[in-house]
Each structure stands twice: as structure tokens, then as C-alpha cells.
Ligand binder design. Structure first.
Ligand SMILES: Cc1ncc(COP(=O)(O)O)c(C=O)c1O
Length: 340
């Protein structure tokens, strides 16, 4: 099976498994798991932040951040297709009691002008706006990358209004490789940054939230409350640490494979995509000739797994376990499934 459903489907490499098997562990809740501590220090260093906390998932790091930046009844500004709003089970409402004010954006990216237009005067009738959330790369935007200058402008607008900035950087690694911008240069515009090890980096479990030492201390309290503090987590943190140190630069291969896949799709009658919009490892294309669900089923039979993300939209994601040769096989299977 060529599994293009997501970059979360990767299996740990033999070297990563060895690192995990040999990991020194302690009790991470009591603060003495050396591998978790090493991972948290390394993440903080890569992102140029004072501190970080290792947690089970990207959903948890995002939602802990939202909770730690706000109080119930506050409002956050977030793009309408953002993972934290669209794909996290209503968590901002359920766990933080906040209102989400949606920004329209363009393939997930919005402007400082949109932030300023959403600001409210201080008035008894309004919720208090506290936070702006950015997602980079943007999942439902097709892996789109934020230009650094646009992040800086949004951050300035937020700061001028006294708002905090949170980055959902589940795929910040991909954004950095694609844009040639070090992670810390993006991160310095944010009060908190969430990163995932279980997506493009290929680790089996986990995400980290980074920020000031005071913010991370507050975040740890909510992480405990949400059930996210783990005990001998060094076993899985070792996989994350291995991925961080060995699998970042190779993301360029995934991006080249995704671009090639998009070109093959664009050349297949009945399928639509502009390959120039594929900036990283996510390829979202449209099916004009048959419903997306039918094409997904045909491809499945041919040994290629993809996801329908709408009635006529399909997502394919390249990753550590997909080779350039398998991308060619997937293109051939697509052509055949479309009757070519
Ligand atoms: C942009 C983004 N943020 C957050 C998440 C959530 O990560 P997790 O599945 O680890 O909760 C995902 C998952 O795909 C994502 O794409």
C-alpha cells in the first residue's frame, strides 16, 4: 500500500526504535525523566524560547495554549479553516470557554488588515479579545507557507492591540525548509509555539509547546488538568528527539515528491490542481469527472490510499515512508483510475 492519507502514518525507523529502546527514563510528571527534559531543552533551543513542555498531541498543545492565554468568555481571532478551530472537536469552546472570531484568509493565511478590522473597542457589551492564532504550514490551505514578512505584520497588529500570538506549527519544520527561514525566526513573532514530531518528522508520538518560562509553567497546570502529563514518556520522547535531529532537512525530498505528484495530477484528464500552489508536502486536488469518494475507493483497490476532504476534493500527503518511485506508481494508478 502506498499510504498518502497523511504524514502521520509513518512508522519509526530502525535507528529511531533503537534510540527509543535505549532511552533513559524517569517520571516526567515529577520532572525527572532525563530524555523528556533533553527534548524540551532542545525544542526550546531550536525555537529560541525559554522553555517547552512535551505533550501527547498537537491538539493538546494548541488547546493548552489557548486555555493558558485566555479566560472563559474571552475571544480569539483564528482563520476559518484552522486546525485548532475546524478539526479539534470544538475544544476552544469546550475546554477554554472562548469565542472564536473567524478570519477569512487566503489558503489559511490572513493579513494584518484582517486582524485590525476584527478588533473591538473596549466596551461592556463585547467579549475581550486576547489571542491571534496562526497555522504554518496550513493544513487545509494545502500546506501553504506564511511569508515571514506577513507573520511580522500580523504580529505587529496584534501587539499594537495588546493581543498575544499563538503559532500552530505542527508543520513549522516544513515551512522552514520550504521558505529557507529558520524556525526561531518565525517563532520570535509568537508568545507560544506548538510543534509536532509525529507528522513530517516521522516520530510515533508527541508535540511540544514552547514559550516563556512563566507561560510554560502556567501551561503545565492546564496540561495536567487536561490529562496530558505522562510518566515514563522518555521512551516516546527519544523518538521525537531522534526525529528532530535527523529528519528535518530531508523534508525537502517530501516537498519535491509532492510537487511531482501535483504535476502528474495536473496532467491527468478530469483532475484539477495548479502545481504552483503545492509549496510543501500536502497536495489537495479536485475531481471533476467523479465524486471524490468513488476515486478514493478505486485508488484503494489499486494500492494507493488518499483521503477525501470534500465532495470533490482529495488530499494526498508525502512523507518519510514514500519514495519518488512510489509517487510515480501513484500517478500511474490515478491515470488508470480516471480511465486513462
Ligand atoms: C496543523 C495541525 N495542527 C494540529 C494538528 C493536531 O495534531 P494531533 O493529531 O497530534 O492532535 C494537526 C493534525 O494533523 C494539524 O495538521
Amino acid at each position: 500500500m502506498i499510504d498518502l492519507r497523511s504524514d502521520t502514518v509513518t512508522r519509526p525507523t530502525p535507528a529511531m526504535r533503537r534510540a527509543m529502546a535505549e532511552a533513559e527514563v524517569g517520571d516526567a510528571v515529577l520532572g525527572d525523566d532525563p530524555t523528556v527534559l533533553a527534548l524540551e531543552r532542545r525544542v526550546a533551543e531550536v525555537l529560541g524560547k525559554e522553555a517547552a513542555v512535551y505533550l501527547p498531541s498537537g491538539t493538546m498543545t494548541n488547546q493548552v495554549a489557548i486555555r493558558a492565554h485566555t479566560e472563559p468568555g474571552d475571544e480569539i481571532l483564528i482563520e476559518a479553516q484552522a486546525h485548532s478551530y475546524f478539526l479539534e472537536s470544538g475544544a476552544p469552546a469546550a475546554l477554554s470557554g472562548v469565542m472564536c472570531r473567524l478570519l477569512a484568509g487566503d489558503r489559511g493565511r490572513f493579513t494584518a488588515h484582517e486582524v485590525r478590522a476584527a478588533l473591538r473597542p473596549r466596551n461592556l457589551h463585547f467579549p475581550v479579545t486576547k489571542l491571534v492564532c496562526v497555522e504554518n504550514t496550513h493544513n487545509r490551505g494545502g500546506g501553504s507557507v506564511w511569508p515571514l514578512a506577513q507573520v511580522a505584520e500580523v504580529a505587529r497588529a496584534a501587539r499594537d492591540a495588546g493581543l498575544k500570538m499563538h503559532l500552530d506549527g505542527a508543520r513549522l519544520w516544513n515551512a522552514s525548509v520550504a521558505a529557507g527561514v529558520p524556525e526561531r525566526d518565525y517563532a520570535r513573532h509568537f508568545d507560544s509555539v506548538s510543534v509536532c514530531f509525529s507528522k513530517g518528522l516521522g516520530a510515533p508520538v508527541g508535540s511540544a509547546l514552547a514559550g516563556t518560562a512563566a507561560f510554560i509553567a502556567r501551561a503545565r497546570r492546564f496540561a495536567k488538568m487536561f490529562g496530558g502529563m505522562m510518566r515514563q514518556a522518555g521512551i516516546i520522547a527519544a523518538g521525537a528527539l531522534w526525529a528532530l535531529d535527523h529528519h528535518r532537512e530531508r523534508l525537502a525530498e517530501d516537498h519535491a515528491n509532492a510537487r511531482r505528484l501535483a504535476e502528474g495530477i495536473a496532467a491527468t484528464p478530469g483532475l484539477h490542481i495548479d502545481p504552483a500552489t503545492v509549496e510543501t508536502n500536502i497536495v489537495i486536488f479536485r475531481t471533476a469527472a467523479m465524486p471524490a469518494a468513488d476515486l478514493v475507493a478505486r485508488l484503494q483497490k489499486a494500492g494507493v490510499a488518499v483521503l477525501a476532504t470534500g465532495p470533490d476534493a482529495i488530499r494526498a500527503v508525502t512523507h518519510l515512508d514514500v519514495t519518488a518511485a512510489q509517487v510515480e506508481e501513484a500517478i500511474a494508478a490515478l491515470r488508470k483510475a480516471m480511465g486513462g
